[in-house]
Design a protein around this ligand. Structure first.
Ligand SMILES: NC(=O)c1ccc[n+]([C@@H]2O[C@H](COP(=O)([O-])OP(=O)(O)OC[C@H]3O[C@@H](n4cnc5c(N)ncnc54)[C@H](OP(=O)(O)O)[C@@H]3O)[C@@H](O)[C@H]2O)c1
Length: 242
């Protein structure tokens, strides 16, 4: 389960008399750390940031099943559990913000990154539906969707040679975009205009994805991820995490 939640001790906001609490998962590095810095600078209100996430890159067939399950546990199950546990308090106070980390991969099937993209599609779908359910409660749900971002994520998951990671955004910039969108109660924000263009093109293609021949989808996957290694040995295809 989540082992590095950064919890600001509850203190009183003199302007609003609201409790000041932020719970950020995965704040030890990267986007989560930058978000923690922003919250610490401004003082926060009742906020849950589901940021912790992991990645298993490569062809599904060769991926380690334990690693895939662990990824779903962090990216999805923990997010659902934490949200379910903290929501009643927010509803009672008729106040709160939830910021969930999706990805530009939330918007399309991702060959060579299939389970990660599916897990982030789950985050986006769940967050939008929850935001709708909470629309009259004073609680907002925002999904921040980064594209490739310069964090430990890249080395940790062996993504250095993956094509889309040649062009990366800075983590503090991504965090600022998500932070601002959260206060503005935007349901979804894509970090950076290049990623936004990519997501818009996915949106145009979305109705056709079910009809798209698998070889075309695979070609799109290769376009983003680069060539699959010709060797089909699992140890060359699956990048381990931790
Ligand atoms: N970087 C990108 O290109 C990119 C692109 C799209 C989406 N995202 C998403 O952005 C979010 C933040 O990622 P990042 O880029 O900032 O990566 P990062 O620097 O690797 O940070 C990931 C955070 O998640 C925590 N975490 C990972 N596995 C965990 C586990 N099993 N239990 C508890 N905590 C765990 C890590 O904690 P420890 O350090 O203690 O392990 C770390 O604090 C993730 O949800 C990721 O999927 C990132």
């Amino acid at each position: 389960m989540i082992n590095n939640q950064h919890i600001q001790p509850s203190k009183q906001n003199t302007q609003t008399s609201r409790p000041m609490i932020a719970l950020i998962t995965g704040a030890s590095s990267g986007i989560g750390l930058e978000l923690a810095r922003l919250f610490a600078k401004d003082g926060v209100n009742l906020v849950l940031v589901n940021n912790a996430g992991t990645q298993v890159y490569g062809e599904f067939n060769y991926a380690n099943l334990e690693h895939l399950s662990a990824m779903l546990q962090v990216n999805n199950t923990a997010l659902i559990e934490l949200t379910h546990r903290l929501l009643p308090g927010m509803i009672k106070r008729k106040f709160g913000f939830i910021l969930n980390l999706g990805s530009s991969g939330s918007f399309a099937p991702g060959p060579l990154n299939a389970v990660f993209c599916a897990s982030k599609a789950f985050v986006l779908s769940f967050s939008q539906a929850l935001g709708a359910e909470l629309s009259e409660t004073g609680i907002s749900v925002t999904t921040l969707c980064p594209g490739a971002t310069k964090t430990n994520f890249i080395n940790r998951h062996g993504l250095q040679n993956v094509r889309i990671f040649r062009y990366v955004m800075a983590a503090n910039r991504v965090a600022e975009i998500g932070y601002r969108a959260m206060w503005q109660k935007k349901p979804v924000v894509v970090a950076g205009w290049v990623n936004l263009l990519q997501v818009i093109s996915f949106q145009f293609m979305a109705p056709f994805f079910p009809l798209t021949p698998p070889v075309w989808l695979m070609a799109i996957g290769r376009l983003f991820m680069g060539k699959t290694r010709s060797s089909r040995k699992p140890e060359h295809l699956v990048k381990e995490f931790k």
